[in-house]
Ligand binder design. Sequence first.
Ligand code: M6R
Length: 612
Amino acid sequence: MCGIVGYIGTKKASPILINGLIRLEYRGYDSAGISTIENDGLSVMKDKGRVKNLYNLEGIDDLEGTVGIAHTRWATHGKPSKENSHPHMDNSKTFSCVHNGIIENYNELRNFLTDNGYTFYSQTDTEVVPNLIHYYYSKDTKNDDLKFLRAVKSACNDLKGSFALEIICKEYPDNMIVVRKDSPLVIGKGEDENYISSDIPAILSFTRDFYLLNDLEFALLSRNEAKFFDKDLNPIKKAIKNIEWDASSAEKDGFEDYMLKEIYEQPNAIRETIGAKFNGNSKCEFDELNFSKEYLQSLNKIYIVACGTAMHAGLSARSTIEKLCKIPTEVDIASEFRYRDPLVDEKTLCIFISQSGETADTIAALKLCKEKKAKTLTITNVIGSSITREADYSIYTHAGPEIAVASTKAYTSQVVLLNILAIYFAEILGINSNMILELKKSILELPKKIEETLKVSEKVKDFAKKVYNEKDIFFLGRGIDEVVAREGSLKLKEISYIHSESYAAGELKHGPIALIEKDITVIGIMTDSKLVEKTVSNLQEVITRGAKTMVITNQDIDSSSFEFVINIPSTHTFVSPILSIIPLQLFSYYIAKEKGLDVDKPRNLAKSVTVE
Ligand code: M6R
């Protein structure tokens, strides 16, 4: 995890760096720090806690340097503390470095450096990096423009694990070096300046022109130039990628929190995601895919692999693929899938879903499937993210930047895109069914229906106010609604810290009903006409045992026994999660607000989980 920012230009670096860190705080907020090149050498200022603490550090306003690096930390090696905060310097204070990722062989490197006279002041894996750079630098007898770069490259040769690194050197005050392997990092190009960041939104207000680095490519940056090198330091050319995202879409736009803004952005996110692939009158188009009928017919199985909410999106779309395309489809958690030696070969299509495109387990699962000769397709929201560089095919949700740790608009965009993908496969396979026509119609109606669903907000808030002090909340559903129950429960846990469980409603009487007692809160989701009566019966069973119930439904039910009923528009069952999850997103949001919690940055969590 962790977020890194860098600046090399003509302006004072420190305010730019702190501003960038604030936008990257969703990646970690255990400690923060900056390092700049000043007239008298390198300065490092850092502290435990949130980025805003940097403003209070004595002397921070006196930093005049126009070259600097910065870091916000999600602790892996070493507790959150000042000494474990980045930036880290080498013993001679010649190099300063920030790092996102994990150096797996840091113990070995630490021993090697200790044997060579180096001392360590932190418990981090990162501190080996500036010292290793210094080790190689001091051994290099050639004093030319590339000495700094050669030392960084030699150090990187020794590193195992993942890293996005920014390094500055007091002997090269007009340069900065950045390199990445399996951790995100982008370079934004300005006029006589370059910006570096872990993600694009953090620096979108400065530039829309970006260089994207592949694994083990080095960038030697000066104010007006960016030179690129491959892993052997051969010069390479990089094209600039222009990003269309609007800087204001990465801001809060008057909403109290990013999460609420992102919930309300769903009509547009879905509109954009649909519009990119399907205009309603024609077939669904994926120009970036070249799947033939023969290839799709040859498939024994489709695997969908992802983590957390992205995995729930996969589960939400499994039936669409199976029912429309008649291809068996399995959905798995990336961190489990990779360790169970899955049956994958060239007759398997493996789909990986990741909002950030940086989730370590999902990327590792993708690499495994490639080794096993399967075709790999990724669905992500972030152009140029690490996963897109590994996958055979990448398709994008058009949800815009998602900043809140709790995923909302990315999930609904993933569900709609997976449904469109299923239609695309079915059309290639020559399947023409009424089901496809009905589904297409329902997809096109979604943006309007989401707008309508959002109107339930006040009613959901009233229920949240009643139950925000609860210790346990249960979610029940059947079929597609069971997946929504899982996602609703995850949302609630992660931002409200209330213990919650989701169950397939029919499983209740096989054990979990023992947990139901007077005044416990149970939430039922019922959107499938074929299953609604059964779920109503299960809810009656909990009401009989004293439960308070909130029901989310698009069905015509007798609502007299439920405490709260949230009516949502009806739609095709395949895409119903896109509507039924919205009241649950709002529910967890309002509960967290009632409890006075930091909705966007829940404790212990980070937006991108770039460690395994
Ligand atoms: O970026 P990714 O979609 O790969 O992230 C996967 C999960 O970490 C993510 O969905 C997580 O579960 C969210 N915080 C849930 O709201």
